[in-house]
Each structure stands twice: as structure tokens, then as C-alpha cells.
Design a protein around this ligand. Structure first.
Ligand code: ATP
Length: 328
């Protein structure tokens, strides 16, 4: 692929918002200014690209955004961008502004869109892994994952106070429809009695046996972490089944929901987002197109987008083993 001269870069956030997206935008824009590039904000993800919601950014736009959750560029899901006609409109708008490259911050869907767009129109793009789910290969952690785990743990700590005071059994549902990364991290970090992740199906009898043995061991509180939409069912469904086996237990269900997406990014996410924001601009300048920038063993690594989205990142078997030892 020949090296293109890049003068104007468009930045967008797409898919579900994640804490640290602002820090990534800010880092990319600052790096762009450092290298004398013009930087454009594409508002509301691909939807804004199609509707020409594109504005040149100056340093005022990125003042005091690093520490804020969400994304000041706003995010959206765009059905129209999935169609060739939608992408054609988006391309025309980019050309009107003279934008020659893109930085796309989002999850696997958003990066798939960037890859397709590059294939069709040759617009160089670097993707950044912006999702709380941590379900992208090519990076040890995605932007927002650490913050989401911290938020979940803080909430679970509070739930434990009431669980202990009343000898209650709590089922806490955390985010992660297809991947149990938040569940396993928050579960180990909050001393959960059991962790149910989408990747594994846990028979209800196994869970009940575990809870019974913990009761015998005089554990005063039991918290079971359930990743949403897992094979074993929702937290409420599992709680209803367990109730039939353990009728003497006062069982409660809490769904943490969207609070896991919000809040100020942790220091880890700020650093990750800042490094990757700079890497995205430098990668584009060096001719690294159609790739995702990630951090592996503290070093920036560029992975082809097709590999980052297709490879199934698995929950570490050793984390599962550790979780089991610590909850027995
Ligand atoms: P999250 O992990 O938070 O769900 P995501 O980036 O995976 O984030 P999606 O809703 O899957 O979220 O994708 C975001 C947007 O990316 C879609 O609304 C669509 O505009 C675009 N997109 C996703 N998949 C494709 C595709 N196959 N072709 C073109 N565009 C796509």
C-alpha cells in the first residue's frame, strides 16, 4: 500500500460509549496538531458522516475532556452506513471537507465499518478499541474496560454491605453479552461466590451445590455475578431457579446496567487512551492503514482490523481457575 500524504484527519466515536473515549479523541487531536495536521470531529459516528455533521476542531474543543466519561463527539448506531448507498453519501461528505484519513473509536462493529469503507473507497483508517466489553483481539485491554470493572466492583462492594447485614444471596448482573471479561474481573475483585460468564454454561445444580457448601462453611454473604445474556440465563432467571432449591434463602437481584458505561475514566484507561490516540495519528502518517492500534505488554501494536474483530478473545482459563479456588 503506497504511503498517502495525510493533511486532514476525521475522528469519530461509534457504537456503545465507553469511558476514555474522550481521552482518546483528545490525544489524537493533540497529536494531529503536534504534527501540523487539521483535525475534524465527525459527530454521532457514521450517522454524522452520512449527515455531514462534521466540524473542524481546535484546541478549545478538547479542553477538559480527558477526565470526562462518554464522548463529546457523541456516538450512534447507523443502519444506513451498513448500506453501500449510505457509505457513498459518507464518502462524498468526507471529500467535501478534504478529509483524507479516519480514526474510528469503537467496538468490533465500528471497526468492521472502517474496514469496509477502506476497501470500498481507500480512505486510510486506524481503529481504536473503544468498548467496555474488552472483546477485541490485538490489545490486552480495550478503552473503557478497566473503568467499567472498577465501577462494577464499587457497586458490588455496596451490595455486599446489605448482603452481609441480612445474610442475603444476591445475583448481580453485569454487562458483557458475548464476553465474560467484566464478570470475571469484577467477580474475582469482589470475592464473588460464583461467576457465570456467557462462554460457559453452568448447570443450576452445580451452582446450588456451591452455594450450599458455602452456607455450611458459614459464609455470611453470597454474591453471584452473572454476565448479561449468558447461556445460563439472565440473573433473574437464574435467581428464580435457585430459589426452588434454596427456599430458605432471601434472594435479591440487582442489574447494574448502564451505570457501568459512565463515569470518569480510571488512570489506566486515561493512559491507554492517550497512548493509542497518539499511536493512531502516527500510524496513519507511517502508512499503517486498515489496522487497529492496541497495547500488548505495554507496547503499541497495530493489528489488521480483520484480525482484531474476527479472532475470538477468550477469558483467560487461569482467571477461571483462580476464581474457582477463591470462591470454594
Ligand atoms: P459495542 O461493542 O459497544 O457494541 P460496536 O462498535 O460493536 O460497539 P455496533 O452497533 O456493532 O457497535 O456498530 C456500530 C456501528 O458501526 C453500526 O451502527 C454501523 O453503523 C457500523 N457497522 C457495524 N457493522 C457494520 C458492517 N458490517 N458494515 C458497515 N457498518 C457497520
Amino acid at each position: 500500500m503506497e504511503l498517502k500524504t495525510i493533511k486532514k484527519i476525521g475522528v469519530l466515536t461509534s457504537g456503545g460509549d465507553a469511558p476514555g473515549m474522550n481521552a482518546a479523541i483528545r490525544a489524537a487531536v493533540r497529536a494531529g496538531f503536534y504534527y501540523n495536521l487539521e483535525m475534524y470531529g465527525i459527530y454521532r459516528g457514521y450517522e454524522g458522516m452520512i449527515q455531514n455533521d462534521i466540524k473542524k476542531l481546535d484546541s478549545k474543543n478538547i479542553t477538559h475532556v480527558l477526565e470526562r466519561g462518554g464522548t463529546f463527539l457523541k456516538s450512534a448506531r447507523s443502519e444506513e452506513f451498513r448500506t453501500p448507498e449510505g457509505r457513498k453519501k459518507a464518502y462524498k461528505n468526507l471529500k467535501t471537507h478534504g478529509i483524507d484519513a479516519l480514526i474510528v473509536i469503537g467496538g468490533d462493529g465500528s471497526l468492521t465499518g472502517a474496514h469496509l469503507f477502506f476497501q470500498e473507497y481507500g480512505i486510510p483508517a486506524v481503529g481504536l478499541p473503544g468498548t467496555i466489553d474488552n472483546d477485541l483481539s490485538g490489545t490486552d485491554s480495550t478503552i473503557g474496560f478497566d473503568t467499567a470493572c472498577n465501577t462494577a466492583i464499587e457497586a458490588i462492594d455496596k451490595i455486599r454491605d446489605t448482603a452481609t447485614s441480612h445474610d442475603r444471596l444476591f445475583f448481580v448482573e453485569v454487562m458483557g453479552r458475548d464476553a465474560g471479561f467484566i464478570a470475571i474481573n469484577a467477580g474475582i475483585g469482589s470475592a464473588a461466590a460464583a461467576i457465570l460468564i456467557p462462554e460457559n454454561k453452568t448447570p443450576i445444580e452445580t451452582l446450588v451445590e456451591k452455594l450450599k457448601s458455602r452456607t455450611k462453611a458459614m459464609k455470611t454473604s453470597n454474591i453471584v455475578i452473572v454476565a448479561e445474556g449468558g447461556k445460563s440465563g439472565s440473573a433473574q432467571e437464574i435467581a428464580d431457579k435457585v430459589k426452588k432449591f434454596l427456599p430458605y434463602y432471601d434472594i435479591k437481584v440487582t442489574i447494574l446496567g448502564h451505570l457501568q458505561r459512565g463515569g470518569a475514566p480510571t488512570s489506566f484507561d486515561r493512559l491507554l487512551a492517550s497512548k493509542l490516540g497518539v499511536a493512531a495519528v502516527e500510524g496513519l502518517m507511517q502508512g499503517k492503514y486498515d489496522v487497529m492500534a492496541g497495547l500488548i505488554n505495554h507496547k503499541v501494536v497495530f493489528t489488521p482490523i480483520v484480525k482484531a474483530i474476527v479472532d475470538d478473545k477468550k477469558v483467560d482459563e487461569d482467571d477461571l481457575r483462580v476464581a474457582n479456588i477463591l470462591s470454594t
